[in-house]
Design a protein around this ligand. Structure first.
Ligand code: EPU
Length: 420
């Protein structure tokens, strides 16, 4: 297993280009199962999760070709079955359930397991698909869904923690080929859902309201191939912005969508970070002292859970007490014990982390536990004195394209040690 060796203390400086969004690309790739025609998807990040999704689509009968950052998917014939082991390994692959059901009337996919960030149920996905007329049972670790005919319905997808992103994507992808009109209330408003809706509409679907809590879908008989460019990865952009601030650097982030980042930029500014916007570029620097702030993660347009761990590092470096409350995945605090190894003083109280910031961090060996926690450990290593070794970086390779290369371009002293 690869690890990163980071020599901290160098402010990041220069320019970095943001890749396409992982969490937009995954459901969009799955949506290509809805048509027998080829679909061409551009600005697809080169990530292990994306290649995993490619293998899952192949296991369902599609041909998938990667060429640079373009992927062409042709699902001339589809089996309705997704590979058990592959799906079990990557939670995001649950979003083939909706398109398989929509296209073939049957879907047999493995139940994705929980993961370190929480239980991650799929009850809302199943509730939505059942409302469209699917019969669903869970047998031997599989979700077995069948439908002779999906029919449009009015349904509510809100859960205990608010809307569900992939649940909305799944129900949306099943509804586009259902007979009649579907209205999804309490739909997720994330930019990744809008991107999916735009792709579906380019394929001939009739989806309106994307980006609002009410999605209206008028079913069509069939969809055709389409070309699409995936939106920039707002979480990658936020991660580089936090890294720039944490190292007292000066970084221009290119190719990001500031309109997808309001909550993050607002909190960075509140913390004393300067963010200047010019077109699609964001210049992030730290003109003065940092200020302790409180953050609560919420569904979009609130502060994203996927940036919580990274912001915790910045707050650990900031004198004063900051409180970060996690409202999406309540146990998403695996990074806290690892940050403690670097000297951070953070206590967990229920869904909140209380950070007594301002202590200098010092390098230590730490272990990556999930994707965003790993990003936080890398940022902490960059800001710490001395050397930090982050092991198990396959977690970070799932969701950040060439993160070590991009950081080196900004002057970071980070080396990938390949497992022998
Ligand atoms: N939930 C339910 N029932 C469901 C589905 C979700 O109770 O059927 C709950 C979850 O347990 C959680 C909340 O609803 O408390 C929100 O979960 P959501 O379904 O929105 O998460 P997801 O769609 O499975 C996506 C991203 C995650 C990101 C979350 C929240 C992908 C592939 N994954 O997951 O990204 O954290 O939305 O924004 O799009 C990551 O990239 O590191 C990552 C974990």
């Amino acid at each position: 297993m690869d690890s990163f060796l980071i020599k901290g203390g160098t402010p990041l400086r220069g320019e970095v280009e943001i890749s396409g969004s992982k969490n937009a690309a995954l459901p969009i790739m799955a949506a290509a199962l809805l048509t027998p025609d080829p679909c061409v998807i551009r600005r697809v990040p080169n990530l292990s999760d994306v290649h995993f999704m490619g293998s899952i689509l192949e296991s369902a009968g599609a041909t998938v070709k990667f060429q640079g950052d373009t992927v062409t998917i042709e699902a001339a014939r589809v089996k309705g079955v997704g590979d058990y082991e592959l799906i079990r390994k990557m939670r995001g692959s649950i979003c083939i359930l909706g398109p398989l059901l929509g296209r073939t009337g049957k879907a047999l996919v493995s139940l994705p397991g929980g993961c370190v960030i929480g239980a991650r149920p799929i009850d809302l996905h199943l509730k939505g698909l059942r409302a469209l007329g699917a019969k669903i049972s869970i047998e031997n670790g599989y979700v077995n869904a069948t439908a002779r005919k999906l029919r449009g319905a009015e349904l509510f997808l809100g859960g205990r923690a608010g809307p569900t992103v992939l649940g909305t994507a799944n129900v949306l992808m099943a509804a586009v080929l259902a007979e009649g009109v579907t209205i999804i209330e309490s739909a997720a408003c994330e930019p990744e859902v809008i991107d999916l809706a735009n792709f579906l509409n380019a394929m001939g679907a009739r989806v309106s309201g994307a980006g609002s809590p009410t999605l209206t879908v008028t079913g069509v008989r069939s969809l055709h191939g389409a070309e699409h460019e995936v939106i920039p990865d707002r979480i990658e952009a936020a991660t580089f912005a936090v890294a720039a601030a944490a190292t007292d650097g000066d970084v221009t982030i290119r190719g990001a969508r500031a309109d997808h980042l309001h909550a993050v930029l607002d909190k960075l500014r509140e913390a004393g970070v300067s963010v200047e916007r010019s077109g699609s570029a964001l210049k992030v620097s730290r003109p003065g002292r940092l200020k302790a702030i409180d953050i609560t993660t919420l569904p979009y347009a609130g502060f994203p859970t996927d940036v919580q761990a990274q912001m915790m590092v910045l707050m650990a470096l900031t004198p004063g007490i900051s409180i970060i409350t996690e409202r999406i995945f309540e146990s998403r605090f695996m990074h806290v014990s690892e940050l403690a190894r670097l000297g951070a003083d953070i206590a967990i109280e229920g869904p909140s982390a209380i950070i007594k910031g301002g202590k200098a961090l010092s390098g230590a060996p730490v272990m990556a536990s999930d994707l965003r926690a790993s990003a936080a450990l890398v940022i902490a290593g960059l800001a710490a004195r001395g050397t930090t070794e982050v092991s198990r970086v396959y977690h970070i390779d799932r969701g950040y394209e060439n993160i070590d290369g991009k950081l080196r371009q900004l002057g970071a002293k980070i080396v990938r040690q390949e497992a022998s």
